[in-house]
Design a protein around this ligand. Structure first.
Ligand SMILES: [Zn+2]
Length: 293
């Protein structure tokens, strides 16, 4: 039985994959032995890349795309949570310095030891050495409350050798004027004050300037827009972190702690904006069909 070329042509793809019944294969083989045209067709089928390879490429791309989306969504969620947690932590634990009042603290001397008891509104205190106007070392006390509403309030108390406080123990209220109030020991004439520490203000100003310059360049230069805007996002995020942690204040009494919080908040803002923009761009691409020539 001789098969026509058209029938053999239809069967050749199956034959090439060894999917034809033995009887069919035998018939095809006998046709092929006498038909160079069908031999050529078989050769071209066998030399073609396996058909299965074609659909895996777009599938792989789709899988990568889905994985990328999942990563971006996870980054977005983690960044948002980080931003909110750092902001809340900072809000509740940032020291709010207390002005000096009569009932803020009591000092009692027992032998060679001074005991200082702070009132119940005080959450923490710090003692710093400060060089006074005559070159002597003054001891400066600062005390603060926090917004944290929980926990048992008890009087904070500390002890120090009277000798250490003898050159002068002062209270600094850490308000704008940073005024010093005499508490114990020697009292020097004329008021002293500590200037608020402004170092974080400079970082904020530098970050704001950088964000502005890079952002403007990004908007004006079409070529490197993506890169410039991405770069501008870093100082902008720092500035946002600063506002989240410190509000509009630039003077931090404890710059190291504040800087860590600002950087953490800034990382959260950066991640949120970055992942948010990427996800928005993907969604936009999905909605508008790709323009095809
Ligand atoms: Zn043939």
């Amino acid at each position: 039985m001789n098969l026509p070329c058209s029938v053999v042509g239809d069967l050749l793809p199956l034959y090439a994959e060894h999917m034809t019944a033995p009887e069919t294969s035998a018939l095809i083989r006998s046709h092929l032995s006498a038909c160079p045209q069908c031999q050529k067709q078989l050769a071209s089928i066998q030399s073609a890349p396996p058909a299965a390879a074609a659909p895996t490429a777009p599938l792989g791309k789709l899988r990568r795309e889905i994985r990328r989306r999942r990563r971006l969504a996870a980054l977005l969620a983690a960044s948002l949570i980080c931003t909110v947690l750092v902001t809340l932590f900072s809000w509740f634990t940032t020291p709010i310095y207390l002005p000096y009042t009569q009932d803020l603290l009591t000092i009692a001397q027992t032998g060679e030891t001074l005991s200082v008891t702070l009132n119940q509104s005080v959450a923490g205190y710090r003692l710093t050495d400060l060089t006074g106007p005559d070159g002597q070392t003054l001891l400066v006390l600062e005390a603060w409350r926090t917004r944290w509403p929980f926990g048992i309030r008890q009087n904070v108390q500390f002890f120090l050798p009277a000798e250490r406080a003898a050159p002068g123990l002062y209270y600094c209220d850490n308000t704008q004027s940073g005024q010093l109030t005499w508490l114990w020991g020697r009292q020097f004439s004329g008021g002293g004050n500590i200037l608020p520490r402004l170092s974080l203000g400079y970082y904020g100003i530098i970050a704001g300037g950088l964000a502005l310059i890079l952002g403007l360049c990004g908007l004006l230069l079409r070529k490197r827009r993506k890169l410039l805007l991405r770069l501008a996002l870093a100082p902008a995020a720092y500035l946002a972190g600063h506002i989240l942690v410190m509000g509009l204040s630039f003077s931090a009494v404890d710059p190291a702690r504040t800087l860590v919080l600002i950087v953490l908040a800034a990382a959260g803002v950066y991640g949120t904006v970055y992942a948010g923009c990427q996800l928005l761009a993907i969604r936009k691409k999905d909605i508008s069909p790709p323009a095809e020539a």
